[in-house]
Design a protein around this ligand. Sequence first.
Ligand code: ADP
Ligand code: MG
Length: 557
Amino acid sequence: MTYLSNDPATFAEDALAGFCELHADTVRRVPGGAVRRSRPSRPKVAVLPGGGSGHYPAFYGVIGPGLADGAVSGNLFTSPSAQDAVSVARAAHSGAGVVFSYGNYAGDVMNFGLATERLRAQGIRAENVVVTDDIASAERPAERRGIAGDFTVFKVMGAAAEEGMDLDEVVRVGRKANDATRTIGAAFAGCTFPGADAPLFTVPDGHMGLGLGIHGEPGLRDVPRTAARELAADFVRRVLAEKPAGAGDRIAVLLNGLGSVKHEELFVLWADVSRLLRESGHTLVLPEVGELVTSLDMAGVSLTVTWLDDELERLWTAPAWTPAFRRGAIAADSGEEAVAEVTDDAPRFAEASAESRQVAGAVLDGLRAVRKALREAESELGAIDAVAGDGDHGRGMVRGIDAAVTAAEAAWHQGAGAGDVLAAAGDEWAARAGGTSGVLWGAGLRAAGEVIGDGVIDAVAAVDAFAERVMSLGGAEPGDKTLVDALVPFRERLASGTWAQAAAAAEDAARVTADLVPRKGRARPLAERSVGTPDPGAVSLALIARAVSEYLREGTR
Ligand code: ADP
Ligand code: MG
């Protein structure tokens, strides 16, 4: 339960504002997150962890000497936008390049990937280190999601950058740390979004969810709750079974609380975990027990082990001084104050023909019709996403369309034509919605807008451009249980039929996604739980198709 908020919709921003006020001597707020207040005296690689909010002290709690140079911070459990990442990177960059680091979630991978492309185009070297420590989430290491092991990877990279390693070296040690890190966790109770009256998931009485996620995803499997001693043995056995080939016997260990498990409980568990790890022949190097990567108020705990070689041990044990994590003694930054930058110019639109202006007005009204439909469906879409995802789909889509309509209105008032109105709507959707669906919808609408240009709408060409962009960016194929499963039949039917027929095809296709097993996105680790429930992104796509179809029927002009 979250007891205190003002407007639940601004909870993440309000929390960041309070944090930056408290730590104003060391941390400064910038659009999209926060950075160290002072710049380094010599250019150094900027290490920038990031992701959704709700994980404090990840990510902005670890900004400071020896650790992060800044943090990109999205809405609750929602990937920050590419624009957020670019903004933080530009504020933190001191001339030696930037590296983003984040857990392996589709929305983060896409948004940080887009940000990396944009920074490179602006002449700033940018790289990514993706964390994949959760052994319960997938067989193949590259497909695993990132949970508490985020912290170890950030710590190592932060120390490497502080030592003066160059960008390639910081990336190399970050990837090495990730390859050597394994986490397993268990959830006892779900977390509750500010303003919500029920948790995102529940664990049956007397049970625990093994293989927890950090975004309110339920555990992968409910098992009877055991004594701490047995849980310790289970965790240790599972993690050691995943020991990397050739690893030595010195390990960094993190016993992490997820938000509402007391330190005393963690200590009870630690007594057995530490004993069992030692009995297995390992030497524990500066272990950490506490809250380092949380999930709002979730009750849960996870065990992370990182096998250390000499280099990783040096970086793991190096000093750091941040609001939430301090180790040893380290000199504070002594450079000049970082300066805020405005990263994006206000858009200027090419002059539009009278015809295109008229179509632009219709595009704007169509977007308003979609906004009405999405607002009405917000809680239903959230509920579908909560079954196997993180429950944010309704909120994300509403944030996206709200921003899109505002941007489209502004563009329209500035004299933009149809294509520019749609592209501006897409850019703001991507910037504000966050999440996987946000970046895809935003990029898709921009692509559709570019095809329309100053012309009259060719709906088939616009939908083709939308579909191609979404599929190339997200990499999903039909059958993966994503919005692509509704998009492809919609596009095919539209080519030979009416918008209403195409909307019906999308609805049918969205319905039958209930039978599919997800192969992309956040729902994949909980694939079995998802069967029987349609894909939230496919459902919202069909709903949007229907809203546009009804708008066209009623509002034909
Ligand atoms: P997140 O998954 O980041 O929480 P949302 O909940 O807003 O974002 O959106 C989830 C939807 O995104 C899924 O239901 C699915 O339709 C869609 N999705 C996820 N990954 C992909 C992908 N790679 N390609 C296309 N669509 C995807
Ligand atoms: Mg979601």
